[in-house]
Ligand binder design. Structure first.
Ligand code: DX5
Ligand code: ZN
Length: 219
């Protein structure tokens, strides 16, 4: 199966957001990735429900929200209303994370967890039946353009071994570039977030060719 390519809206040309989305929509992309940061769960602030509405309004492809916020359960209705198809939450961000995952599915949406470099597979084992996707963080979340952390690779393998039993898909988010893809493409993983190193400050007109290049490496 072809890998899922998920362009990160955080890294596109925000002076021309609508054209950026339309170019990525026309390109070989699968799921739009929208990072939401609250300045509490991570030490940065980024994107908003309004940005999500703009993405939703310019594509019929699936849109995910990566909620790097405290107590995401309070905002599920809001992000669903703004057009998210897939909602990722961090297990550390809320006491009753299982309830939030159930609530996402109760809205008819797909549920995902994003796991930090320091979070083990063992610690999220009970959540595996509750999720459609697992976003394996290749960096500590909060900033674009950080270096890929090689020590997360064993986690990709561990989750690959559990994937069929539970029926989730895995993606890697953070630090994706042609170097890290050389290595990650050899692994049993379903997709990648295409972010800073591949899209930032690139002309909008080149997005299509960049995704084609990624596709040639990843299959
Ligand atoms: C990092 C975010 C990523 C980011 C993409 O906190 O979750 O989704 O937009 O990562 P980079 O920029 O490293 O490719
Ligand atoms: Zn992200």
């Amino acid at each position: 199966m072809a890998r899922l390519l998920c362009p990160s809206i955080y890294s596109v040309d925000f002076n021309h957001l609508q054209q950026s989305i339309q170019a990525l929509d026309a390109a070989d992309s699968d799921i739009f990735h929208v990072d939401i940061m609250d300045g509490h769960f991570v030490q940065n602030m980024a994107l908003s429900p309004q940005d999500l509405r703009v993405v939703r309004g310019n594509t019929k492809k699936r849109v995910d929200v990566h909620l790097m916020i405290e107590n995401p359960g309070r905002y599920i209705d809001l992000f669903v209303e703004c057009g998210a198809d897939i909602l990722y939450v961090h297990p550390e961000s809320e006491v009753h994370i299982a309830r939030t995952l159930d609530n996402i599915r109760a809205h008819g949406k797909q549920a995902g967890i994003a796991i930090n470099p320091g979070t083990s597979v063992a610690s999220i084992q009970e959540l595996l039946p509750l999720v459609d996707y697992i976003m394996i963080m290749g960096v500590n979340p909060g900033f674009g353009g950080q270096k890929f952390l090689d020590y997360i690779v064993p986690k990709v393998d561990q989750l690959a071994a559990l994937r069929e039993r539970y029926g989730f898909q895995t993606l890697v988010d953070g630090g994706i570039n042609f170097d890290s893809l050389d290595r990650l493409s050899q692994l049993d993983v379903d997709g990648f977030v295409v972010g800073h190193d591949l899209l930032h400050q690139q002309p909008i007109g080149s997005y299509g060719e960049i995704l084609n290049q990624v596709r040639r490496i990843t299959g």
